[in-house]
Design a protein around this ligand. Structure first.
Ligand code: SAH
Length: 218
């Protein structure tokens, strides 16, 4: 979903360098210095308006979280929400998931989240899906050994594609859920904005957790 550019977005981002980073390359390899404590780093690509990453940061003070969003106005909305909280374990980036290798050092990230990523349903757009093999290679680079990727979506096409793409890449599945909200896995689930919307319409939510065991990847 494209959001119209809002005039207040740029000034708000500029006013809060302590919470939102515009040029993420400058902290490559140094993200831990941005947090109150050194602890495992989890990254969400495409955080949208930030409900998930803020909720996770509240629920898990023992983990450092970074939310990344490419649309400036959407990122600014997430920033606005995060400013209402006081979370020493949360940082936000306005940037592009295609450039992760420029933002993070090899092995700097412990876990990644992809929530309700754009499905790009047309076959000729497959390369843009965030689970296309070129993206997986990038994730492998920045994730530590055994680093996991958690993905949630309502889109069956994207889910099927992701299972196949990740399997072909040599990833190991720790869990696959075809109806997350009616499973035990839902107990500690933090909902995203899209998730709330789709679940309210009665659509099942799919989830997978895949492990990138470097040694098994060719
Ligand atoms: N995770 C949120 C938003 C899902 S919509 C939720 O579940 O509610 C997908 C989001 O990913 C959009 O906000 C879009 O701008 C963002 N996005 C798409 N491609 C991206 C990229 N390459 N880098 C960072 N964010 C991206």
């Amino acid at each position: 979903m494209r959001v119209k550019h809002k005039k207040w977005a740029d000034p708000l981002i500029a006013a809060h360098p302590e919470l939102m980073i515009d040029d993420a390359t400058q902290f490559k390899g140094k993200w831990q210095s941005r947090f109150a404590k050194e602890q495992p780093l989890h990254l969400e690509v495409g955080m949208g308006k930030g409900q998930f990453i803020i909720g996770m940061a509240k629920d898990h003070p023992e983990i450092n979280f970074i939310g990344l969003e490419i649309q400036r106005t959407v990122a600014a909305i997430a920033l606005k929400k995060a400013l209402e909280e006081d979370l020493p374990n949360l940082q936000l980036i306005c940037g592009d998931g295609e450039d992760l290798q420029e933002y993070f050092e090899d092995g700097e990230v412990a876990k990644m989240y992809l929530n309700f990523s754009d499905p790009w349903p047309k076959k000729r757009h497959a390369k843009r899906r965030l689970t296309y093999k070129t993206f997986l290679a990038t994730y492998q680079q920045i994730l530590q050994d055994q680093g996991a990727i958690e993905l949630k979506t309502d889109n069956m096409g994207l889910f099927e594609f992701s299972l196949e793409s990740m399997n072909n890449y040599g990833m190991i599945f720790d869990g696959v859920w075809l109806d997350l909200h009616h499973s035990e896995e839902n107990e500690h689930n933090v909902e995203t904005e899209y998730e709330q919307k789709f679940a309210a319409k009665g659509q099942p939510i799919y989830k997978l957790i895949a492990n990138l065991d470097r040694k098994s990847v060719v």
